[in-house]
Design a protein around this ligand. Structure first.
Ligand code: ADE
Length: 229
């Protein structure tokens, strides 16, 4: 998969060289290219923003540098992702869909956002998704893009050592949150690992885990509880 990122802060993405995404790049599973939006400006100050038509606080990202950058970067099959608190919510389901794509391009806006005509222009020519990480406001799309890239990259076939670890996770199985997990030692600071996990009764372990998943989901995310549990 090819991932292009357009930003005025390329340094945000230096950390993509470490961890799983870094390994995927080394192994050739991922081709990540980070671009500085200012490379597509032509004035001495490398201007990327201007005041909003209609008034209001803050600055808006000018369409021209985005147009030049995206014309150069987007291939025919690309999905353009614009991180925005005004977008559709990012979910595990969306991560799974995006992991099937051949090219993702992230347009990271700063200030109050990108001139709407950029979104309209590329929506008319191809696939564009305005995507929100959650109901809170970040200073720009960079951190959101990073989160989405990590969520998608680990789902690319061949990425994760043990594919089963993907299946059991929160949000994958039945839509329940993951159960609590433990490792050695069996007792730490007088806190014992639940007996059922030490007994080797796999049926009992599975039942306990499911119960814990349901309880956690009820407590933290009641909106996710399916009707039948
Ligand atoms: N940019 C600013 N806030 C954001 C959010 N919540 N999700 C995605 N992109 C953003």
């Amino acid at each position: 998969m090819r991932i292009d990122i357009v930003t005025i802060f390329p340094a945000f993405f230096d950390v993509l060289d470490v961890s799983l995404v870094g390994k995927a790049r080394e192994r050739g599973l991922l081709d990540v290219r980070v671009h500085d939006l200012r490379d597509w400006t032509h004035d001495r100050h490398r201007t990327v923003d201007d005041t909003p038509y209609g008034g209001g606080a803050g600055m808006v990202m000018k369409p021209e540098p985005w147009g030049e950058a995206l014309d150069e970067i987007l291939g025919d099959d690309a999905v353009l992702i614009v991180p925005s608190p005004a977008g559709e919510r990012f979910t595990q389901k969306m991560a799974r869909e995006l992991a099937q794509e051949s090219q993702l391009a992230f347009a990271c806006g700063r200030y109050e956002g990108i001139d709407q005509r950029v979104i309209d222009e590329y929506s008319a020519r191809g696939r564009v998704r305005l995507v929100s990480l959650g109901d809170y406001v970040l200073n720009g799309g960079e951190v959101a893009a990073m989160a989405m890239i990590e969520a998608v990259a680990r789902l690319i076939p061949g990425m994760v050592g043990n594919p089963e670890s993907l299946v059991e996770e929160s949000h994958e199985d039945e839509g329940l949150l993951e159960y609590p997990i433990y490792t050695k030692p069996a007792v730490w600071r007088d806190r014992a690992v639940p007996d059922v996990l030490l007994g080797g009764n796999h049926g009992a372990i599975a039942a306990w885990r499911r119960e814990q998943s349901i309880e956690r989901t009820r407590r933290h995310r009641p909106d996710l509880l399916p009707d039948e549990v």
